[in-house]
Design a protein around this ligand. Structure first.
Ligand code: ATP
Length: 444
């Protein structure tokens, strides 16, 4: 019996009853196991460009990678299609599912495509052309947008840094009820597992980050460094809703993979995820709503940058930036609208150099020790209290003591993207595709 390696990518599988792509993938894993699939990897949950407007939540796509008897390969897509139809039940205009199959080694064209989808907006036409050129068996519903995520998820094999997420699901019939995840149990878990887990709680607000808020089947998701860590950690969690099933995903969450491109300000385009470097040209100001705005230039253009109110302490750092400071910014590009110009939404900030330019101030009167006023252009200064005049006096330089320090700053965990590399993972890399999967990585 010879086996063929299959990569089955999928995306945009929502349903009016509140389904989601990872939940559908968990049903498909069960179905394909019955068909004889031998799993080569944990299901891969690939987060794509977080700035694109079409996403429902965190712009995640999934790939299943397995070996199967040659004779069963042709059954995989029809079987997936049956399950998809059952899952979607009725036409739903807001979802555009896509599924794609490749066999053997992943085609090199998909590797580049997957890289692009992490930081740019990819046209559906490009995905369709790729599928046609490589003659890839596929399923599309609606406008075909799901093909973009499906192809990208196949193309990103997570050969370098990666992490894991354990996702617990409730019954799809119960997605309108409260999940009731117990906050104390989550903090206990966090304490117990330390830096083997990440981005599950926001300590400063005592908020838990594992529980979503929409009407989807996810009860909670635990992010961590290894499959065993997240599986063991899940034992600690209490919730009022019962777990109907669970599965472990290998993912690019927490790796910062979307921010690999340093872009000149003149080359910035809407929806990009990019790193930009420049000098602050205006002291930051706080606008209505408590958001902080400042401008930077790199010589090629000037860009407006925004740090939003919910980012807490991170926003305080931005308020202290001043003209002349050199910074590197991780940004998501918000297109211009009627209300504002193109804006760089800052999701990470590195202060490269702080200006030590002194402030220029009027000189002090030697008699009354008060600050003098200008006596007119090139006429020096005069004291309006005692009448003392000094035609030779010049402005004096006052050194500025900066409260800021050179270094890297991030928003608090509650305001980070799924892809953001958090502080806990700063020096951590999990390289390579796992050789063996743990005994039990999904249920039922
Ligand atoms: P869910 O959790 O239900 O999967 P989601 O937030 O992942 O929701 P989707 O409903 O999957 O969002 O919608 C995202 C859509 O955007 C998909 O159709 C996907 O193919 C497409 N997409 C993903 N990345 C890009 C990109 N870089 N350029 C253009 N389209 C993209």
């Amino acid at each position: 019996m010879t086996l063929t390696a299959v990569h089955l990518g999928m995306d945009d599988i929502d349903s009016p009853r509140g389904g989601c792509t990872t939940h559908f993938a968990s049903l498909l894993v069960e179905d394909l196991t019955q068909l004889g699939a031998r799993w080569l990897d944990y299901p891969n949950l690939i987060r794509l460009n977080p700035n694109i407007p079409y996403r429902t939540r965190g712009n995640g796509a999934v790939t299943l990678r397995f070996e199967i008897k040659d004779s069963a390969v042709d059954k995989v897509l029809p079987r997936s299609n049956l399950l998809l139809k059952e899952y979607l039940k009725e036409d739903y205009p807001n979802t555009n599912p896509g599924m794609v199959i490749t066999t053997g080694d992943v085609p090199v064209d998909l590797l580049g495509f997957a890289k692009l989808a992490l930081w740019r907006t990819v046209p559906v036409a490009l995905a369709r052309r790729l599928v046609a050129r490589l003659a890839l068996p596929h399923i599309v519903v609606g406008n075909g947008r799901g093909l973009i995520g499906a192809l990208s998820a196949i193309g990103n094999q997570l050969r370098q840094d990666h992490t894991y997420e354990y996702i617990a699901y409730r019954s799809i019939e119960l997605t309108s009820r409260a999940r009731g995840v117990d906050v104390d149990s989550v903090f206990r878990m966090n304490q117990k597992f330390g830096n083997r887990l990440f981005s599950n709680v926001d300590v400063s607000t005592r908020k838990i980050l594992i529980e979503p808020h929409g009407p989807d089947p996810v009860i909670y998701g635990i992010r961590g460094e290894t499959p065993l860590d997240v599986i063991k950690a899940a034992d600690s969690i209490q919730s009022s809703q019962d777990k109907e099933r669970w599965m472990v995903f290998r993912t690019n969450q927490g790796t910062g993979e979307h921010l690999r491109h340093r872009v000149r300000l003149s080359d910035i385009r809407p929806y990009m995820a990019a790193v930009v470097e420049g000098e602050v040209t205006t002291k930051s100001k706080i606008i209505e709503g408590g958001h902080v705005i400042f401008r930077i230039t790199d010589g090629s253009a000037i860009a407006e940058c925004a740090v939003y109110e919910p980012t807490g302490d991170f926003r305080e750092i931005a308020t202290m930036l001043t003209e002349g400071d050199k910074v590197s910014l991780d940004v998501g590009v918000r297109p211009a609208s009627r209300m504002h110009g193109l804006t760089l939404n800052v999701e990470g900030l590195e202060i490269l150099q702080l200006t030590d330019k002194p402030i220029l101030a009027n000189p002090i009167c030697p008699h009354c020790l008060k600050r003098m006023k200008s006596a007119g252009k090139e006429k020096g200064f005069k004291c309006i209290r005692c009448g003392f005049k000094d035609p030779q006096a010049k402005k004096i330089e006052i050194p500025v003591e900066r409260q800021l320090k050179v270094g890297r700053y991030l928003p608090p965990p509650r305001a980070q993207r799924h892809l953001t590399r958090p502080k806990d993972r700063m020096n951590r890399m999990n390289n390579g595709i796992p050789n063996n999967l743990v005994g039990k990585w999904y249920e039922p």
